[in-house]
Design a protein around this ligand. Structure first.
Ligand code: NAP
Length: 263
């Protein structure tokens, strides 16, 4: 087994990274950055997102584990004082593999170029300033004319992040769905949007056709692309999934309670 440990730059996380590396080497586990079988992140959910994007071209064989050095995260279940337990369970290799849905993001630019991304949390399109105007299509049929700040599409695991802050539902990640959320839509007697979250199933494609402008921002998780001239963005649930190594059972709704309800 080859393991890579990705840490954020905080001194506490770097110290945990060093300790973990030492403990893994003691068990004759190889440390490999290029082609790991297991990526262990040390930090918060943000660190986990960075590791996901760094290794998103190796998702078919790669497992992820998150250790948190701050507050409990949604992708980071292990505490920094549990390294011995974690290493023992890695050596014993008795795990369940949990797969979470990802969002497939296809961006077409007005110059004819295309970009393709996978998102673990969400992708947002908005304008640098002024109202964004766009047609929203579901499976090629016009659904609404949107006016407002922007549009967010999120995965189930991303539903506890930005999507929740803009009023989206929290979605159990065992459901293979994607969530559409409007960001500050304009609704009055002249302009009308659905003004509600939409939960869309596998294979449906949600397309955004923005008015021709040059100043769109497109985000994919913690990545941001500024001043884009977008012709259209197509969102659907990706064929790829992220695979998490689960060495002990955990309950999603207990984590939601711990993150948002219990002090
Ligand atoms: P960031 O500073 O890395 O993260 C912002 C906060 O979102 C952090 O507290 C982070 O937790 C938390 N977070 C990330 N993924 C989460 C998830 N799946 N469920 C619950 N909380 C989560 O911000 P960034 O680099 O700009 O963007 C990374 C992500 O942060 C984005 O994908 C977005 O979902 C989220 N974000 C949320 C808001 C908001 O709610 N208004 C604003 C900006 C970004 P950790 O502290 O554990 O890293």
């Amino acid at each position: 087994m080859r393991v890579w440990i990705q840490s954020n730059s905080k001194s506490t996380s770097l110290a945990i990274q060093r300790q973990l590396r030492f403990k893994l080497l003691q068990q004759h586990i190889k440390i490999s950055e290029e082609y790991p079988d297991l990526v262990i992140t040390v930090g918060g959910d943000g660190t986990f997102l960075s590791a996901f994007h760094r290794f998103s071209n190796q998702l078919d064989h790669l497992l992820f584990i998150g250790i948190h050095t701050g507050h409990l995260g949604f992708y980071t279940d292990w505490q920094d004082n549990e390294l011995d337990d974690l290493v023992r369970l890695i050596v014993q290799n008795q795990k369940k593999i949990i797969r979470f849905p990802l969002l497939d993001v296809k961006v077409s630019y007005t110059n004819g170029h295309q970009s393709h991304f996978l998102s673990l949390n969400e992708s947002i399109i908005k304008r640098v300033s002024q109202t964004m105007r766009a047609d929203v299509l579901i499976d090629g049929h016009k659904f609404e004319r949107f006016r407002g700040d922007g549009i967010s599409m999120s995965t189930p695991t991303g539903s506890t992040a930005y999507s929740k802050s803009i009023g989206g539902a929290i979605v159990d990640p065992s459901l293979e769905v994607m969530q559409f959320n409007e960001v500050a839509p304009i609704n009055n007697r002249v302009y009308r949007t659905v003004n509600s979250s939409l939960i869309l199933p596998q294979k449906q494609i949600l397309t955004i056709l923005p008015d021709r402008q040059t100043d769109y921002i497109v985000t994919v998780d913690n990545l941001s692309y500024d001043h884009c001239s977008i012709q259209k963005i197509e969102y659907q649930i990706a064929r790829e999934k992220i695979q998490i190594a689960e060495y002990r059972p955990k309950q999603f709704w207990l984590r939601v309670k711990n993150a948002f309800l219990v002090n």
